[in-house]
Design a binder for this molecule. Structure first.
Ligand SMILES: [Zn+2]
Length: 343
């Protein structure tokens, strides 16, 4: 085998590279904002009563309160220095949050007092009024609450309005097109992302890395396990199985062949002999021997075959080790332990 950088090391390097793009804090994000701002609920209008309104109608709605109208779009910050994914896959929730932050920061420099911020991100607007003590709330949402609260202290009033996207609302379409056309738009320097935004990309990257490594291994490497698992699955084989930890460990040993049955225990120097101890005929005692051929287990084997049949598990090694039935796994483990072996 060629010596290459271990996959785990590549992954560790990758994750350390992400630090520069992640919103970092020496304390919980919740504690970075004032308590009063956490309790403050911004005024968010997310009903559909404005769906039929044109931009002019909306301006009329804003004018009686001398509001300034902001159209917000996520693509405002389409440019980012994130190196592992195309910018058009940039998480829209975070992008919408940054768009609102940009608008609020801008408002800070204006003298007028009333503002209407129109956003097409319902999830972002709803998050502004969800429980701030929910630990899963994005740090940017807490920051928006804090900015809005600070503007309130400066006698600014901010209203948020949800408008549906891609329904021909002129203002929304206009800013969408504007953002798409400004491919050289400079991203705010502070546009770090919550770590959770990276999780799907990192997961996909790691899976691809392992798959490539697995597919490039020499043909004679791990033949036995490759026969059972030709491709690396997205989830571990026991993800949805109702199994005790000890069963998972034992069955995994059976799958990879690193068990304590005499054949392998002998290789590890833990046993004097690789032979089956249940009879005088000299037979190497591995998993196939115990399951299929050991003459001392004939009676118990008939009961095993009967049980597996009732669970629709064919009585062959490939089917048994590939099973996704937790009862089959428990029965196989019980059969081996009951015969006096350890796994
Ligand atoms: Zn035997």
């Amino acid at each position: 085998m060629n010596k290459s950088i271990p996959v785990l090391l590549v992954i560790a390097n990758l994750i350390s590279d992400f630090h520069q793009f992640i919103i970092n804090s020496d304390k919980l994000h919740l504690y970075k904002q004032s308590y009063d701002s956490l309790l403050y609920s911004p005024s968010v209008q997310s009903s559909n009563q404005y769906l039929d309104l044109s931009t002019n109608d909306l301006k009329k709605y804003a004018i009686p309160w001398s509001m300034q109208l902001f159209w917000i779009t996520s693509t405002l910050i389409i440019q980012t220095s994130f190196p592992y994914t195309p910018t058009d896959q940039y998480p829209s929730f975070t992008a919408e949050c940054y768009a609102i932050i940009e608008a609020l920061t801008l408002i800070l420099h204006f003298s007028l007092h009333n503002y209407l911020i129109a956003s097409d991100s319902i999830s972002c607007l709803q998050a502004l009024n969800s429980n701030p003590f929910n630990t899963h709330l994005a740090p940017l949402v807490l920051y928006i609450k804090s900015l809005t609260f600070n503007l309130l202290q400066l006698h600014h009033t901010i209203y948020f309005l949800w408008i549906p996207s891609h329904t021909g609302i002129h203002g929304n379409e206009f800013v969408d097109n504007l953002a798409k056309s400004t491919s050289n738009l400079v991203c705010p320097p502070s546009s770090l992302l919550p770590h959770s935004d990276f999780t799907p990309y990192i997961k996909r990257y790691i899976l691809n890395l392992w798959s490539t490594h697995w597919n490039n291994l020499p043909e004679n490497f791990a033949i036995r396990y490759r026969d059972i698992t030709p491709d690396i699955p997205k989830h571990t084989w026991f993800t949805n199985l109702d199994l005790h930890r000890s069963h998972i460990v034992q069955f995994n040993r059976l799958c990879v062949g690193h068990y304590l049955l005499p054949s392998h225990a002998f290789k590890l120097g833990l046993n004097d002999s690789p032979l089956c101890t249940l009879h005088f005929d000299e037979c190497i005692c591995d998993l196939p021997h115990i399951l299929f051929t050991c003459p001392a287990l004939q009676v118990k084997r008939l009961a095993l075959i009967y049980s597996l049949k009732s669970l629709n598990t064919p009585f062959n090694l490939h089917s048994i080790l590939n099973t996704n039935c937790s009862l089959t796994i428990k029965i196989i483990i019980h059969f081996i332990l009951d015969a006096g072996f350890i796994i």
